[in-house]
Design a protein around this ligand. Structure first.
Ligand code: AHM
Ligand code: MG
Length: 337
């Protein structure tokens, strides 16, 4: 049975044969997939390995690190440095950019990742994920600094995530649509299980942390209120709501059955710029959602066009089915007027 399935390697080599993918990027994607397999194994054995709790340390965001945050970060660092073209790694868990090359050249790769997103879900045995993306340098680098990696999301040549749920998914795009793979336990292989994932234009499901409603700006309040008003309200249909506290799980659900995800800037988080990070959370997810026929916005601007100011920058995130995201953008435009 397994012989008939498309393995990750076969899928990548087919892309390479068609000149759609560089050989080094194939190797790097396979290293990322290996990282995800290892992290999945650690998570699923977490209670036996005593690695579900918190460490004594905080990360650069001032958040307490879980033991698995640190483990997942180490796994990415060690595996993603195999490919000779990787110049630098940018992680949510590390204050500074990790430079692997002293003289990065045009064509070298920058790898951005959140090794374990939604890690507060670990202790309650709910879904978590990893998020990653790759940018190719457009010029040689003379001086190494954290500023060098501040490139906007349109420069991504690869973006993906792994979802550690009931099964382990690997979903990614190299700029030619979005494909989803599932790890088959016992084989060591990811098999193509969700080819050409596409978002529907319309949806009746939204995801937002509703406990923050007092902090929302009028555009978000209006949108959510109209959803809640259901058939009697201006939308004239009933909406469903979900919140998993794991962006990876939310995006995966949206890619599978449609929807919209919001983590907007609000009164409480605006001094920090929002909650989610631009370079290794918002940009990769926006790339994937756009590649799957969706839309990703700050409310005012396409996320992929945002020029980063710092490598741990946070941003407002509204992504999912195009018509819904456009509706919220129009509410922001009305507010500006
Ligand atoms: P993290 O990177 O510290 O894990 O935080 C990101 C996560 C997202 O996955 C999720 O959408 C959000 O934080 C949940 O936030 P909240 O605690 O407000 O529900
Ligand atoms: Mg995260």
């Amino acid at each position: 049975m397994t012989l008939e399935r498309t393995t990750l390697r076969k899928f990548l080599l087919n892309l390479q044969k068609d000149d759609a993918l560089d050989q080094d990027l194939v190797l790097l994607i396979e290293d990322i997939a290996t990282s995800c397999r290892i992290i999945s194994h650690q998570i699923h054995n977490g209670p036996f390995l005593n690695i579900l709790g918190a460490t004594e340390t905080s990360n650069i965001q001032g958040e307490t690190q879980k033991k698995l945050d640190v483990i997942a970060n180490d796994v990415f660092l060690s595996h993603c440095s195999n490919c000779g073209r990787v110049a630098a790694l940018v992680s949510e868990e590390l204050e500074d950019v990790v430079w692997l090359k002293e003289k990065p050249e045009k064509g070298d790769y920058l790898v951005y990742f959140d090794p374990l997103d939604g890690s507060s879900n670990l202790n309650v045995n709910l879904s978590v994920g990893s998020i990653f993306s790759v940018v190719e340098l457009e010029e040689d680098i003379q001086t190494l600094s954290n500023e060098v990696v501040l490139l906007n999301g349109t420069k991504q040549i690869f973006a993906g995530y792994s979802l550690y749920g009931p099964s382990t998914s690997l979903v990614f795009s190299t700029g030619q649509g979005v494909n989803g793979f599932t790890h088959m336990i016992g084989t060591g292989e990811f098999f193509l299980t969700f080819p050409d994932m596409q978002l529907p234009d319309q949806t009746d499901e939204f995801a937002i942390n509703a406990s923050r409603w007092r902090q929302w700006d009028p555009a978000i309040s209006r949108y959510v209120q109209e959803c809640i008003d259901g058939e009697a309200g201006p939308r004239q249909k009933t909406f469903n709501m979900r919140w998993t506290a794991s962006m990876v799980a939310e995006v995966h659900r949206i890619l599978t059955r449609g929807g919209i995800f919001l983590y907007p800037v609000d009164k409480e988080n605006e001094a920090r710029g929002g909650k989610l990070r631009l370079l290794y959370e918002a940009n990769p997810m926006s790339f994937i959602v756009e590649q799957a026929n969706g839309r990703a916005s700050t409310g005012y601007q396409r996320i992929l066009d945002v020029e980063p100011q710092s490598h741990h920058q946070r941003i407002s995130v509204i992504l999912g089915c195009s018509a819904e995201v456009e509706r919220i953008e129009s509410y922001y435009r009305e507010l500006e007027r």
